[in-house]
Design a protein. Structure first.
Ligand code: BJW
Length: 239
């Protein structure tokens, strides 16, 4: 085994890692985009046109996540173990807006598409932890303005969060792992190209993603099986 123990690891996760926890993916046959149109719920234009419909879409998902029946699975737990036991830095960059990585114990974590259990106020720009429904009549708990609260999520056409920190981590990493993402949404789908040639690249997914051929190595199957297996191997043998 090469001594890579001081090298850093960046892990990109997508909806597939939370599927076995009971949360829907987007683009699978039973995914969210089979039930609602992106243009109706996941763009700033949709929110401007019909805020109640957009808030309703996120209220339903927030209620499910906060309701108590959803828990991290073996894949989230394996990534937390990797962060705890790997001697070098481990960063999880998640496209997911659920809180399952932090509940599993991941601490070095970036939510590049925002967080479902936070809202923000367009009037005072405060970001607020929130577990209840919001409507256009809900007053901001910080500035008391009504009509300005929105989910703290990144819609199409909006800039993903903490891109500078992500770029720096990608530039420095020795291993890049992509888990449970279809590779349809940029900039996340381009991360593998950013590190290719410098870092080892590993795709873990139910099936080959859009960018599957860009990865040096891959393993396919349900995340709760393939992610703990990959973590076990990295901790004992490196890559
Ligand atoms: C399992 C499994 C199991 C199932 N185990 N696996 C051309 C080039 C470059 C960019 C663009 C372009 N054209 C347009 C763009 C920009 C656009 C974009 O990418 N569009 C594409 C459609 C082409 N991107 C943006 O707008 C982004 N912003 C941006 O680029 O800013 C720059 C900029 C801004 C302004 C001006 C100029 C530049 C923002 C993207 C925001 C995405 N938002 C969403 C919704 C919000 C959050 C939410 O509601 O949850 O984020 S869309 C949705 O897709 C969500 C997800 O995070 C994201 C990715 O989905 P993910 O995670 O990959 O899920 P799926 O369902 O697609 O895949 C699941 C996978 O899991 C599948 O492969 C399954 O097989 C697998 N799986 N079960 C393991 N048990």
């Amino acid at each position: 085994m090469n001594d890579r123990t001081s090298e850093s690891i960046v892990i990109l996760t997508g909806a597939g890692i939370s599927k076995e926890s009971g949360l829907s993916t987007f683009r699978d046959a039973d995914g969210l985009w089979a039930r609602v149109r992106i243009e109706d719920v996941a763009t700033p234009e949709a929110f401007a046109r019909d805020p109640e419909a957009v808030l309703g879409f996120y209220n339903a998902r927030r209620a499910k996540l906060a309701g108590g029946g959803i828990a991290p699975n073996a894949a989230h737990e394996a990534l937390a173990r990797l962060e705890a036991d790997w001697p070098g830095p481990v960063l999880v960059v998640t496209q997911n807006i659920d809180d399952l990585h932090e509940r599993a114990g991941s601490r070095n974590l970036i939510h590049m598409h925002g967080e479902l259990l936070k809202i923000r106020c367009l009037a005072c720009h405060e970001i607020i932890a929130w577990r209840d429904d919001i409507t256009t009549a809900t007053a901001c708990p910080h500035c008391a303005e009504t009509g300005g609260l929105r989910p703290h999520v990144v819609w199409f056409g909006e800039m993903p969060l903490q891109m500078e920190a992500i770029a720096a981590a990608l530039d420095a990493c020795g291993l890049f792992i992509s888990i449970g993402t279809s590779g349809n949404v940029y900039p996340a789908a381009g991360f593998v190209q950013q590190v290719r040639g410098r870092a080892h690249t590993l795709e873990l997914n139910l099936e080959p993603s859009e960018g599957a051929t860009l990865f040096a190595e891959s393993d396919y199957g349900p995340a709760t099986g393939i992610v703990p297996r990959a973590v076990e191997r990295i901790l004992s043998e490196g890559w």
